[in-house]
Ligand binder design. Structure first.
Ligand SMILES: Cc1ncc(COP(=O)(O)O)c(C=O)c1O
Length: 500
């Protein structure tokens, strides 16, 4: 085995990554090695192969080599605000389990009971054989909760956005979409083949200008997150409704994805429309069960006719299996608890205010967060990954979010908080951020980050595929800027910051 590995190394270096291994050498090498190294190189050399890109995942390789890869971590246990990773218990500040109900015994019990009654799978589309009475029970309660005539439950929130958009909009229609809308809205827009008009993030003047450019016969819809999943800011619904007005015509309809609004803002957690007391101004509400409602699944709510239409037209609903009973019952139970225990939402909001104030007093930039999603602006991607790694080793789970999850040059550490975080946990998180802020100069990130973003944007505008990075002292190079091709910049990062 060792001999074969050596001979492979020799052959590969002599080969200089341009020729394939000769057949007789290949036969002498164990399958395990062939499957890993040799096949990788073989595929890489074949420029026509559609898989070629998969063998050159340089960003991921780079992060792993630099010891800052923090994705797909393996969770070994969970009790809501504490999670077990690598055998140790750490504080979770990256979950959307806002009301802490995903580990609530009442929710678990309801899920188990429904699974016993209906089994583990719907074994087919709701349209055909997979429709359960508990689906319709949940739909009735959801519609009443958000103040709409009807609702339809889908198998994920992602599919709910897709289903609503692909069935309502078509190639001749226009969709006005916020530049920071969730990926599922973007996928829905693509599926619909409608003309997508992106407006600047939460900029209602920009939206109004775009709406003003419509011809009177144009059919359109405005789609936005209610609470933005990365920035934690709330859509400016009052200004959006004004921007949607067209002189002498009906206003443009509005669809709000309230994945992060439900259970978090509005009266009793009723979401964004309720937050602004504008329930009648939103035509379609999309929600998910994977956040406050402690389950998996999603829903669309609106006028009965709209929902009936979606029920019979949306491919993302018709051609996928119905939501299993266990997940449906968990969401239903969580909804009922949420209605009965409004103090959960009050505590959640209080915790969010406390953490945001503490972060701000340290000089951290929390963008326009108004909710329990509290981003910390870092800017440079490698630094975000490194900070997340440090947090992890200090006992706090928070996620780095990099492009395209956030705009170019504006990477963040995304923290999110739950009603079940104890005061002691919150104080610990704040203290750890305080230490890191000093150590990495995170309070100074803002100016650096703005320069990065502006510089990167200029290079992009010039059509140059370049990146610019500015460093803070934490990664070893103080206020150092590197601009160049992606490959060159990465090489410099390796050399200067990580010494690899
Ligand atoms: C704003 C927003 N919409 C939709 C979704 C999709 O929800 P689900 O997890 O139910 O697919 C998410 C989930 O991350 C989200 O953040």
């Amino acid at each position: 085995m060792q001999k074969a590995e050596q001979s492979l190394e020799t052959v590969l270096s002599q080969d200089d990554q341009t020729r394939l291994l000769p057949e007789n050498v290949r036969e002498s090498i164990p399958d395990s090695i062939i499957n890993s190294r040799f096949l990788k190189l073989e595929a890489k050399r074949n420029k026509m192969d559609i898989f070629e890109k998969c063998y050159d995942l340089s960003d991921v390789d780079f992060a792993k080599k630099a010891g800052i890869y923090g994705f797909y971590r393996k969770c070994q246990g969970f009790d809501g605000s504490n999670v077990v990773y690598e055998g140790k218990s750490i504080i979770m500040t990256a979950s959307n389990n806002y009301l802490g109900l995903a580990s609530d015994p009442r929710v678990i019990e309801a899920s188990v009971e429904a699974t016993r009654k209906f089994g583990t799978s719907c074994t087919g589309s709701r349209f055909l054989n997979g429709n359960l009475e508990i689906h319709e029970e949940l739909e009735g309660e959801l519609a009443a909760f958000v103040g709409k005539q009807a609702a339809i439950v889908l198998s994920t929130g992602f599919l709910a956005n897709q289903a609503a958009i692909e069935s309502i909009a078509g190639p001749k229609d226009n969709i006005f979409s916020d530049s920071e809308n969730h990926a599922s809205i973007i996928s829905g827009c693509s599926l619909s083949k409608a003309n997508v008009i992106r407006y600047d993030h939460n900029n209602m003047n920009h939206l109004q200008q775009k709406v003003g450019e419509l011809a009177s016969s144009d059919k359109s819809i405005i789609i936005s997150d209610g609470v933005f999943s990365m920035g934690g800011d709330i859509v400016d619904l009052p200004a959006m409704v004004k921007a949607a007005q067209r002189p002498g015509l009906k206003r443009v309809p509005i669809m709000i994805d309230d994945a992060h609004g439900l259970g978090v803002i509005g009266k009793g957690g009723r979401g964004t429309a309720s937050h602004f007391k504008m329930d009648d101004d939103v035509d379609l509400i999309v929600g998910t069960f994977s956040k406050s409602l402690a389950s998996l699944g999603g829903f669309i709510a609106g006028d009965a006719e709209l929902i009936a239409y979606i029920k019979h037209k949306a491919r993302s609903l018709l051609f996928t299996a119905g939501l299993p009973a266990g997940q449906t019952a968990a969401a239903l139970q969580a909804l009922r608890i949420m209605k009965r225990e409004p103090e959960r939402i009050e505590r959640l909001q209080m915790t969010a205010r406390k953490v945001r104030a503490a972060f701000k007093s340290m000089g951290l930039n929390t963008l326009n967060s108004q909710t329990p999603i509290i981003p910390i602006l870092i800017g440079e991607e490698g630094l975000s990954c490194r900070i997340a790694q440090e947090l992890f080793s200090l006992g706090v789970f928070a996620t780095p979010v990099i492009f395209p999850g956030v705009p170019y040059g504006q990477s963040i550490i995304r923290t999110s908080f739950m009603t079940t975080h104890t005061d002691a946990q919150i104080d610990q998180v704040i203290n750890i951020f305080g230490d890191l802020t000093k150590r990495y100069g995170l309070d100074k990130v803002r100016a650096n980050r703005d320069m990065d973003a502006a510089h990167g944007a200029r290079l992009h505008a010039q059509g140059k595929p370049r990146k610019a990075y500015t460093w803070t002292k934490g990664i070893g190079v103080k206020n150092y800027a590197i601009a160049g091709t992606k490959a060159l910049v990465k090489k410099q990062i390796m050399k200067l910051a990580y010494k690899i």
